[in-house]
Design a protein around this ligand. Structure first.
Ligand SMILES: *Cc1c(COP(=O)(O)O)cnc(C)c1O
Length: 375
């Protein structure tokens, strides 16, 4: 057995090697490295896949969040609510734009934004909510949208970990994650469910006005050549990445299905171990397992992580510290008592290998090793 990785990008590449190599060569031959047809075609292919009106690519998922926030035209001091248990990017862009980050605790089962914490966090200054579809599963958009409408608040969905996940409405109808809010954002960081060979990101929206603004802001705020209507940034996906993504997009559903199969294997194997909680699957989404995250009882998480390391199995802690406790954000004086769930999760969670290339032999070895630790 070759070494077990959290994410095995090389083995994934080997299945599509000829297609990808041809695509890269095509871009080099065209020498259209910036913008050009590959980027345009990828944007329209992703828009078709998501069934959304506009996709605007940019340099990474953090930029996608920043540009989306910039297009809402908020004023300094306006408040934006995002979860406490997530990657730093959401709170970072809120703070960078001179807005005030307000953090909401998450649910103990699916780890997405908790609705009563969200309601409590709303003030007359709240202008936007950035829910995060964490680990491949959607936040409760039906309720979040309802709360946002009542309070005249915009929504930006961070879909960096959930590109391709279906949101399931009460009547059984579905839509792709990121297409419910005013804007959706994603990342093509190599280890994401749709990853390129470097950095990339995108914003999606059904709103024509936002689409035009996002495109302009990502291009220095330019309206027409060398005339600027807003202060913008320089953020673009390059053509080689777009050409790679066009190929990998065709396999995205297949990739997500492979993750689900591995997740089912894990779920079944850990069923009888009381100290392990396997990922909860909420009823309003179809999980695509960007991460397969266990919750470990009785303070055994760190011990398990070390044990796995000795056996050659990586286990990562997403996330080891709540955002409200990060020194960089101490100026916002978050109240630690408001985040009991996040505080506990940071001590209990561990993500185990999850990717598209896990073999039955590897899954057997990983699950048996973890079971041996507990019995
Ligand atoms: C990866 C990630 C981002 C940032 O994406 P980059 O492309 O690395 O900038 C934002 N939010 C979440 C939840 C992420 O997982």
């Amino acid at each position: 057995m070759t070494s077990i990785k959290m994410v095995d990008l090389y083995r994934q590449y080997e299945h599509v090697e000829a297609e990808i190599d041809d695509a890269i060569k095509r871009v080099i031959q065209s020498s259209a490295f910036i913008k050009g047809p590959e980027v345009k075609d990828f944007e329209s292919e992703l828009a078709d896949y998501l069934n959304v009106k506009h996709v605007i690519t940019c340099a990474n998922g953090t930029d996608a969040l920043q540009i989306s926030l910039m297009c809402l035209g908020l004023q300094p001091g306006d408040e934006v609510i995002t979860p406490d248990f997530t990657f730093i990017a959401t709170v970072e862009v809120i703070a960078l734009l001179g807005l005030k980050p307000v953090l909401a605790d998450v649910n103990p089962d699916d780890y997405t934004m908790n609705l009563s914490a969200l309601k409590k966090a709303i003030s007359p200054k709240t202008k936007a909510i950035i829910p995060v579809h964490l680990f491949g599963q959607c936040a409760n958009m039906t309720e979040i949208q309802h709360i946002a409408e009542q309070n005249n608040i915009s929504i930006i969905e961070d879909t960096a970990q959930a590109l391709g996940a279906d949101y399931v409405f009460a009547d059984g109808k579905t839509t792709k994650a990121g297409t419910i809010g005013d804007l959706g954002t994603t990342s093509f960081f190599p280890s994401k469910n749709l990853g390129c060979f470097g950095d990339g990101g995108a914003v999606y929206t059904n709103n024509d006005k936002y689409a035009e603004l996002v495109r302009s802001i990502a291009n220095h705020g330019m309206k027409k050549q060398y005339y600027y209507q807003t202060i913008g940034v320089n953020s673009r996906l390059d053509a080689i990445q777009a050409a790679i993504l066009r190929i990998k997009l065709r396999y995205l559903d297949h990739y997500n299905q492979k993750r689900r199969i591995a997740a089912d294997f894990y779920d079944f194997a850990f069923e009888s171990i009381d100290e392990i909680s396997t990922p909860f699957r909420n009823s309003h989404s179809r999980h695509i397992f960007h991460q397969y995250t266990l919750k470990i009882a009785n303070q055994k998480r760190n011990e398990l992580q070390n044990y796995l390391k000795e056996k050659g199995i990586p286990g990562m802690i997403y996330y080891p510290s709540p955002l409200h406790a990060q020194p960089a954000y101490k100026q916002y004086a978050f109240d630690d008592t408001q985040y009991p769930v996040t505080n506990q999760l940071c001590h209990q969670v561990i993500s185990i290998p999850m990717h598209t290339e896990l073999t039955e032999e590897e899954l057997e070895f990983i699950t048996q090793t973890i079971i041996n630790f507990f019995i």
